[in-house]
Each structure stands twice: as structure tokens, then as C-alpha cells.
Design a protein around this ligand. Structure first.
Ligand SMILES: Nc1ncnc2c1ncn2[C@@H]1O[C@H](COP(=O)(O)OP(=O)(O)OP(=O)(O)O)[C@@H](O)[C@H]1O
Ligand SMILES: [Mg+2]
Length: 286
């Protein structure tokens, strides 16, 4: 019995060492909202699906949104386990244990479900989530995090370890104001500017003027924009079917294009409808 425990411990230590190596391979992409309700979860889910299908990457989406995680609803999944189980089993957590906590979507995207009761977060120490993220990086090509719009120093370590932080915002005053404050806060965390990428959700042509001046103010390009399509977006959310499955439309091809950019596959999409994307896109960090 003692030999077994010792062997398990050694195995986990070896995996930990391995994980540290892999960490530098930059697999983590954090998706956060400049504020609540801007479409962070929709973006995380649809990028996850495109990464798993079109880009053929082994992709896991960790639902760290607070107070409640609702990623499973958008994928019509019913996770048996979630983030709280991962944290509670931390002393046993390795890729095998994590695999048992995940729920697989038919697109092969895997999900670590979020909290289903708001008070669950009182029992979750954010500092321990770092380890969950590391174990996930050990087993997948891409680890996506939906952290909603939360922001605090406790997230600093995870944010600093991310290859990219996608900040979702809308082109209206409250959202752009919070976006600007958030970019400053990330800089304060010591995160290199080019790692924080701005995604404008629910974009329409009339937004271009204001977005041009925003880019000037913050001296940063907008990474991508996603067209406003309330009918298709809400249909997809309510049916629990990611966009690629129910329609072949501009929105889903934009998601495919962004997923391609994230993993270095170049695909051109009709840029006429979205002049900003052509003007201001810039290469991903390798
Ligand atoms: N491109 C889009 N066009 C139109 N509506 C959209 C688009 N993307 C998302 N939405 C809608 O925006 C609403 C909010 O989306 P979502 O739940 O993803 O936001 P969120 O930022 O994760 O919210 P929360 O802060 O509550 O976690 C949903 O009703 C969704 O259908
Ligand atoms: Mg959300």
C-alpha cells in the first residue's frame, strides 16, 4: 500500500515537472469580458468549437465564470463534475483524474463545468486554480478559460501565464470605458501589451468611426470584431448548438477565422463587411 502511494506521488511529481516544461509552450487562452453580458461565454464556446473542429486541436474549455458557469447550456451538455470537484481533488489531480471530470461535446471540445450554485465560489480558492490550468495544459493543445468579467489580483498568476487574453467588449461607451481601464490594469499586472487582444462583439458598420478613435486613444489595434446577429446568436444560445452547427453564416466564418489566427492557420474571409479586421489585424505571438 505504501509503495503504491509512493509510486503515485512520484508519478505526480514527474507530471508536475513535465507540466512546467509544457507551460512555456503557451497553450492557455483566457477569454474575459470588459464587463458582464458582452458575449464572453458565446465567444469562448464558439472559438472552442472551431478550434476543436476546423483547427483540429485537442481543446478544453474550463468554465471559471462567477458566480455561475453556464457554458454547458450553450453546448447542451450536462456535466456531472466541475471546477469545484477539480479543486477539492487537488491532491489527486493529474491528467487522468482531470479527464474523468470533463464532459465531451460531439465536436470533441471538452468542458470542465462551472459552478451551478453561486455560493460554491466561497469554497474555491482562486490561487489553486493555477494547478487545474497546468494539468489541463498537460493534456490538451489549447486550454480556453471563460473567466467572465471577474478581475482581481488573485487571478494575476493565471493571467500572466496566458499566451493570450482575449478581452470581449462592445462598441458602446460603458463597455469601451471599462475596456480601457482593464487594459491598464493588465499592464499593471506586468502582462505584455500584445498579449491582451480586443474582440469587439456585436459589431456593425456604424461602429467603425468610434472604434477608429478608440484605437488611436489606446494606441492599440482591435484584434477582431464579430458582427451583430441577434437572431442567430440567441437561437444558438437557446438551442445549445454552437453557431457552426446550425448555420453557415458570417458570424460562424468569423469565428473560424479568429480560431485560425489563434493557432496560426490563415484563412481569408470576405473582408468587405468588416473593414477593421483587415486594417488592424496583426500576427499572433509564437
Ligand atoms: N454576435 C452577437 N450578436 C448578437 N447577439 C450576441 C452576439 N454574441 C452574443 N450575443 C448575445 O449576447 C447575450 C450575452 O451573451 P453571453 O452569455 O455570451 O455573455 P457573457 O458576457 O458571457 O455574459 P455574463 O457576463 O452573464 O457571463 C446572449 O443573449 C447572446 O445571444
Ligand atoms: Mg458568461
Amino acid at each position: 500500500m505504501q509503495t503504491d502511494s509512493l509510486r503515485d506521488l512520484l508519478l505526480r511529481m514527474t507530471e508536475d515537472l513535465h507540466t512546467k516544461d509544457l507551460r512555456s509552450q503557451d497553450k492557455l487562452i483566457v477569454v474575459m469580458g470588459a464587463k458582464g453580458g458582452v458575449g464572453t461565454t458565446t465567444v469562448a464556446v464558439n472559438l472552442g468549437v472551431q478550434l476543436a473542429t476546423f483547427a483540429r486541436k485537442r481543446t478544453v474549455l474550463l468554465d471559471f465564470a462567477r458566480p455561475l458557469g453556464n457554458v454547458h447550456l450553450l453546448l447542451d451538455l450536462h456535466p456531472k463534475f466541475g471546477v469545484r470537484d477539480a479543486v477539492e481533488g487537488l491532491d489527486r489531480l493529474d491528467s487522468h483524474f482531470l479527464a474523468g471530470l470533463l464532459t465531451k461535446h460531439k465536436t470533441k471540445l471538452e468542458l470542465l463545468g462551472g459552478t451551478t450554485q453561486p455560493e460554491e465560489w466561497e469554497k474555491i480558492d482562486i490561487n489553486l486554480l493555477d494547478r487545474v490550468v497546468n494539468v489541463a495544459q498537460n493534456a490538451f493543445d489549447v486550454v480556453l478559460l471563460d473567466i467572465g468579467s471577474q478581475f482581481s489580483t488573485a487571478w494575476g498568476s493565471i493571467l500572466r501565464s496566458a499566451r493570450m487574453i482575449l478581452i470581449v467588449a462592445e462598441a458602446n461607451v460603458p463597455s469601451l470605458w471599462t475596456l480601457e481601464r482593464r487594459l491598464l490594469a493588465l499592464k499593471g499586472f506586468g502582462i505584455p501589451q500584445d498579449r491582451a487582444r480586443i474582440i469587439i462583439n456585436r459589431w456593425h458598420k456604424g461602429d467603425d468611426e468610434v472604434l477608429k478613435s478608440v484605437q488611436k486613444d489606446i494606441n492599440r489595434p482591435i484584434f477582431a470584431n464579430l458582427p451583430n446577429d441577434f437572431r442567430k446568436a440567441s437561437q444558438s444560445v437557446n438551442l445549445g448548438t454552437p453557431l457552426m452547427e446550425n448555420h453557415n453564416n458570417t458570424l460562424s466564418s468569423r469565428y473560424r477565422q479568429i480560431a485560425g489566427q489563434l493557432v496560426g492557420i490563415d484563412i481569408s474571409v470576405d473582408e468587405k463587411k468588416s473593414p477593421l479586421s483587415g486594417l488592424f489585424s496583426f500576427p499572433t505571438k509564437k
